[in-house]
Design a protein around this ligand. Structure first.
Ligand code: PLP
Length: 421
């Protein structure tokens, strides 16, 4: 559920007409709904009610400072995967003890930054990382709280580029080696083992892989405790999927997921941490774009938009589907026709949808890409020297630009010329 609905024939973000925002900021742009962000965060929070828990928003999904502040204000923790994200979280007012640090390639500098700035835990992904973390912590005279990310070797049944829990993936340590690696960690004075971490992938639309992974985590908890380790926190990762295609989707709800966590892990008495990203931000955002041309090709018609793969790369990168709807509601019963919906970038990959059934559209009409709040703006670039598009946040009847479109001069002057030119 989101807060982007037609009212009197026009699409609204909460109580603000999209056309009003478009008139103020120009297209293309991203627009996010505060109410949807909060609703999704609360669904997870409520799904774990009764268990000691923290919902750590995976901020790589959408790391705009205003989005982070919105979530931090209601008690969200943050899952960060870089020093830049750590700094963003702190800049948004998130205390260190609500930040967990994930990722396979944490540098010495990033580890130093988090240890000095405050951290809830590091999710350690390899033995070499463990050694560096131990060394940096001892240098600083502190002890780093850690979980070790185990790779449970389960098939998340999602797109290959976002599956992370199979043994061929680069993430975590093989669960079969967990006892050995935990014993190594326990011998390192700069580290304090506090739990186990697992994250098997993104856009999971079936709970079965979670069942398998969490069953393995439950067994591992008992084994590691028997080995004498203090396993008091389980970080269960993120990955719950969203319905990109409204017409044929029925993905599991956070409440179903919460029930699963309770059933598989509730008896262990551990604090539970989860790291949802996409399900919090995805359906809280639209990308709004304008039709530049309607072009007749050989046996097909193209809608050429003013947004492109550099603004929203998911279709090109993951073959992702996004619902695309007109900003002005089509009349009831109007006949739809197939369009290839593309951007202006000079690559055939710059195609948002092929043979998509759409109501008639003309140059100047605006369309909205649904489910564009996660892995949208954060993955955008200025390819083809197209300036990053603005982001707008709506709350009730208010809206604000939360990242402005750079001017062409700002974009060009980011480059510097060596003195010999
Ligand atoms: C990407 C990621 C997440 C969030 O995944 P979503 O599919 O956005 O929920 C959580 N944890 C880790 C470690 C990740 O890499």
């Amino acid at each position: 559920m989101d807060h982007f609905l037609y009212r009197d024939g026009a699409l609204y973000a909460e109580d603000v007409p999209i056309t009003e925002i478009a008139a103020a900021v120009g297209t293309p742009f991203y627009v996010y709904s505060t109410a949807t962000l909060l609703r999704h965060f609360r669904l997870f929070d409520e799904a774990l009610e009764g268990l000691e828990h923290l919902v750590c928003y995976a901020m790589k999904a959408n790391s705009n400072q205003a989005v982070l502040r919105t979530l931090a204000a209601v008690g969200a923790g943050m899952d960060v995967v870089s020093g830049g994200e750590y700094r963003r979280a702190r800049a948004a007012g998130v205390p260190g003890d609500r930040i967990v640090f994930s990722g396979v390639g944490k540098t010495r500098e990033e580890i130093h930054l988090a240890l000095t700035g405050g951290i809830r835990q590091f999710n350690v992904e390899s033995e070499p990382e463990m050694q560096v973390l131990d060394a940096v912590a001892r240098d600083l005279g502190v002890v780093a709280p850690i979980t070790i990310r185990v790779n449970p070797d389960v098939d998340a049944k999602t797109h290959a580029k976002i599956a992370t829990g199979k043994s061929e993936n680069k993430f975590g340590i093989p669960i079969a080696r967990a006892r050995e690696v935990y014993a190594m960690a326990a011998a390192m004075p700069g580290l304090e083992i506090i739990g186990i971490d697992v994250h098997i992938g993104s856009q999971l639309t079936d709970l079965e892989p979670y069942e398998l992974a969490y069953q393995k985590v439950a067994e591992l908890t008992e084994v590691l405790r028997a080995d004498g380790h203090n396993i008091k926190r389980l970080d269960l990762g993120g990955g719950l999927g969203i319905p990109y295609e409204r017409s044929n989707a029925d993905p599991p709800l956070p409440s179903d997921y919460g029930a699963l966590v309770r059933r598989r892990l509730g008896h262990l008495g551990c604090e539970i941490e989860i790291e949802p990203g996409r399900l919090i931000a995805g359906n809280a955002g639209l990308m709004i774009s304008e039709v530049i041309y309607v072009k007749k090709g050989e046996g097909r018609e193209f809608l050429i938009l003013d947004s492109a793969m550099n603004d929203l790369i998911r279709p090109a990168m993951y073959d992702a589907y996004h619902d695309i709807i007109p900003v002005l509601e089509p009349a009831i019963g109007v006949e739809k026709q197939p369009f290839d919906i593309v951007g202006p970038v000079c690559e055939s990959g710059d195609t948002f949808a092929k043979q998509r059934m759409m109501p008639p559209l003309s140059a100047g009409d605006q369309v909205a890409f649904r489910s564009a709040g996660a892995y949208g703006a954060v993955m955008s670039s200025e390819y083809n020297s197209r300036p990053l598009i603005p982001e707008v946040l709506v709350r009730g009847d208010q809206f604000a630009v939360i990242r402005a479109r750079p001017t062409f001069d700002e974009m060009i002057n980011r480059d510097t010329i060596p003195e010999w030119l």
